[in-house]
Design a protein around this ligand. Structure first.
Ligand code: NDP
Length: 327
């Protein structure tokens, strides 16, 4: 496993990390979560991603119980959580980044995770109704109180991130240092477009999500929705159109010759492709079983075999034309 700096911070993250969205509690009990986390950790993963809203707080509970059993040295791993949607429908408690919610939310997350602090805390989405200054101050305070060590954003617009950074600079507060955007062969716009200036000008780090587009890029949906897949889960019906889109399935099929040539799996190629972007600090992987973790962790070796020529062939499969780099 290789490690990359989280943007311009002094902290290093394993280039492949492990997250709990959908899986923990819904597909994985504490024992399976523990085994998957152990498989990832043994492969060198040092970052485990979570969020308050995942499984309505139960994902944090499962991770907390798993961590307790794993008994790892606290200094050897990083844990995150995120806030925005909330757990209750009260007037100040949902779809918000107000100060009260962020601070109460953090106290709840730490209790469920059974931790004294999280390493990273994210604003899970932007909140157009709360002044960014209020959110920046609350995140700064969470860090000052030792409840989190670094903070970041997830799927914020470029202009919102700049505003948060400028407010923090003006008041000498802890700045956001990392964005968590979706990034995979199908979803490239933000990572390769709007955000590029943050990496260059502000040294913003990125922890990217859904590298397999929820499993689509593993090739498992080529023959329909397997019964034991995310696409068949109750509550995730909204994903099904994407997972059975014929145009997308044809593109996945177009990767087969490359996969054969490299002697790897589709999942490994899709993860390795994300790793080729130097502005990715870590690719957050997801899995519902231990074998998937083992398979996915080998993607780091595959990345070494993905040449510029192969990247161009992948772009051609996806109909992407790269502009010539300016000198
Ligand atoms: P992926 O797109 O990689 O999808 C993971 C799912 O794909 C697995 O749960 C599994 O589903 C299937 N899969 C994984 N590996 C394989 C394999 N080798 N072969 C076949 N199927 C495989 O990632 P996620 O969508 O899970 O996102 C990763 C993490 O990113 C999340 O856990 C979360 O931490 C973070 N995230 C953040 C978001 C944000 O808004 N900030 C939003 C979404 C995710 P199954 O076996 O059930 O089919």
């Amino acid at each position: 496993m290789k490690y990359r700096y989280l943007g311009k911070t002094g902290i290093q993250v394993s280039e492949l990390s492990f997250g709990s969205w959908v899986t923990f509690h819904n597909q994985a009990d504490v024992s399976l979560a523990q085994n998957m986390m152990a498989a990832a950790y043994d492969a060198g993963v040092n970052f485990f991603d979570n969020a308050e809203v995942y499984a309505g707080g139960k994902s944090e509970q499962v991770m907390g119980d798993a961590l307790k059993k794993l008994k790892w040295r606290r200094g050897s791993y990083l844990v995150s959580t995120k806030f925005y949607w909330g757990l209750n429908n009260g007037i100040n408690e949902k779809n918000t980044l107000n100060r009260k919610r962020l601070i109460e939310g953090m106290n709840g997350s730490l209790e469920r995770l059974q931790l004294d602090y999280v390493d990273l805390v994210y604003c899970h989405r932007p909140d157009p109704t709360t002044p960014i200054e209020e959110t920046v101050w609350a995140m700064h305070n969470l860090i000052e109180w030792g409840k989190a060590l670094y903070w970041g954003t997830s799927e914020w617009a470029a202009s919102e991130i700049i505003e948060a950074i400028q407010i923090a600079e003006r008041h000498h507060l802890h700045k956001p240092v990392v964005e968590q955007p979706q990034y995979n062969m199908f979803e490239r716009k933000r990572m390769e477009g709007d955000y590029v200036r943050f990496y260059k000008e502000y040294g913003y780090g990125t922890t990217t999500w859904s590298p397999l587009a929820s499993g689509l890029l593993s090739g498992k949906y080529q023959g329909g929705i397997p019964k034991d897949s995310r696409g068949a889960l109750k509550g995730y019906e909204w994903l099904r159109d994407k997972l059975t889109d014929e145009g997308k399935l044809a593109k996945v099929n177009g990767l087969e010759p490359i996969v054969k040539e490299l002697g790897c799996t589709l999942s490994q190629l899709a993860l390795a492709w994300c790793l080729k972007n130097p502005f990715v600090s870590t690719v957050i992987t997801g899995a519902s079983r231990v074998e998937q973790v083992h398979e996915n962790m080998k993607a780091a070796d595959v990345a070494d075999k993905v040449t510029a020529e192969i990247m161009e062939r992948i772009d051609a499969v996806f109909g992407v034309k790269k502009e010539e780099e300016e000198e």
